[in-house]
Write a protein of this length. Structure first.
Length: 456
């Protein structure tokens, strides 16, 4: 009986799972393995929201495997040591894993390959498990990656995705391979009260419901803050509960402007993964430096984190993050621009806060979107500043998003909710809401001076 191990990382699903499919095709028995890596916590990425969501994902994966005669083996410890131990216990000759893009994932893969070779086993790393198109597959002539999205997207659309595979019908796990109990969501402390449920089953139900009712209008409604019309699939993509390749193919089959806009967002995700794969240091270092000498005003940073900046649409987005562990994409752009350009605070401060709370805290997308907003990344207009009042007028014109998340302002009618400092003095006095931490014109002028822009 031949045996293979499937090391699950950020691909926690059985549908369209290339690593699992290849393992089943090449061996009589398979050990589905997940290793709880203490290195994740040591690096500061073991945030409560993601840990709770992960518990849901592992429970869902285990249930799906058991439906097919298998089970998930959970181990704790160094992933290389634990995989090698399972290989020895099972006599496995192959280990299948989804290829990663971060520096940490790459180093883990290199260590694992070397140790398995010493043990007489082989590592098989599979591309296009986490993304629709593998990082590194597309590159302009003479370069190792695309630095601008539009030309990347043109090539990405021409390339297409790999074939999508069905979930396996049967999985046979060798006897005698033991594991630890599955982690439980209820055991995690500090979880955002509105955190969504995780897992492949929930993910597939959510996509089916949204694609039937929301995809068609996605193009015109995805920036509507109050409308909440986005797919909310980013956490499930981050944990690999859904296949990006499958979503692209299903959206294209559906067709229409909404589906095309959704596919474009999936391409953005692939774009950031290929940037980070080529430039791992961009996770914490400027992709394109401007020699910024960032300000550090702890009072302003705290106000931003707590949603008390005095700009209601900024504060609403930050409070949504605190409550749900998730934030509307338009809100993410808005609050990132406010922190890095209006307050002129280092983008790494904001990126760290997001990683502490976001259930979809993906290193490639989080860090490179922050750099895009800060003007240190791939944005071709690095000095653009998003005005929160203009953004509020465009994307929350009636103020419904603000009233939902900033209850102090729930009684302020219409668009007046975006400028509470302009209310009648008696009405203003009744609100437990701060004045703006900075004048927008002053913040913009300060940023212009810092970047050496004309008129700064």
């Amino acid at each position: 009986m031949s045996t293979a191990v499937v090391l699950f990382t950020s691909d926690l699903r059985v549908h369209d799972q290339p690593a699992l499919r290849a393992a089943l095709a090449g061996a009589d028995e398979v050990v589905p393995l997940f290793v709880a890596d203490p290195g994740i916590a040591a690096a500061g990425f073991d945030a409560p929201n993601r840990r709770a969501f992960l518990a849901d994902c592992l429970a869902s994966l285990d249930a799906a495997l058991r439906e097919r005669g298998g089970r998930l083996v959970v181990r704790g410890g160094d992933p290389v040591e634990q995989v090698c131990r399972v290989v020895r216990e099972s006599g496995a000759r192959w280990v299948h894993v989804a290829a990663g893009v971060s520096g940490y994932a790459t180093r883990r893969e290199e260590r694992l390959r070397a140790e398995l070779e010493r043990a007489g086993a082989s590592l098989v790393a599979h591309d296009a498990v986490v993304t629709a198109v593998p990082p590194g597959q597309l590159a302009p002539a003479g370069k190792d990656h695309f630095a601008v999205f539009t030309p990347y997207f043109r090539r990405w659309e021409e390339t297409g995705t790999r074939a999508v595979g069905a979930a396996p019908r049967a999985i046979r796990v060798p006897d005698g391979i033991t594991g630890e109990p599955l982690p439980e969501r209820s055991a995690v402390q500090g979880v955002s009260p509105g955190l969504a449920r995780g897992g492949e089953a929930v993910a597939r139900e959510r996509f089916a419901a949204w694609s039937a009712g929301g995809m068609e209008s996605y193009e015109e409604r995805h920036d509507d803050l109050a409308g909440d019309a986005t797919s909310r699939l980013s956490p499930y993509l981050h944990f690999g509960c859904l296949s990006a390749a499958e979503l692209v193919r299903r959206a294209r089959r559906r067709g229409g402007a909404g589906a095309e806009a959704f596919v474009r967002q999936l391409a953005w995700r692939d774009f950031h993964h290929q940037v980070l794969a080529a430039r791992p240091r961009a996770a914490w270092s400027d992709y394109r430096t401007h020699g910024d000498r960032w300000r550090t005003d702890e009072k302003e940073i705290t106000a931003w984190r707590e949603g008390r900046t005095g700009y209601p649409v900024v504060d609403a987005a930050m409070r949504q993050l605190l409550h749900e562990g998730w934030m509307h994409n338009r809100g993410r752009l808005l609050v990132a621009s406010f922190l890095t350009k209006t307050l002129y605070v280092d983008w790494r401060v904001g990126a760290r806060h997001f990683l502490d709370l976001l259930v979809d805290g993906d290193l490639a997308n989080n860090q490179l979107n922050w750099q895009w907003c800060a003007g240190t990344g791939t944005d071709t207009r690095p000095n653009r500043v998003l005005n929160p009042l203009i953004q509020a007028k465009r994307f929350d014109p009636r103020g419904d998003y603000v009233r939902r998340w900033v209850p102090e302002l729930a009684g302020v009618p219409g668009s007046s909710v975006h400028r509470p400092w302009q209310l009648d003095e008696r009405d203003r006095a009744r609100l437990d809401y701060p004045d703006p931490v900075v004048d927008l014109a002053e913040g913009r002028a300060r940023f212009a001076r810092a970047r050496g822009l004309e008129g700064g």
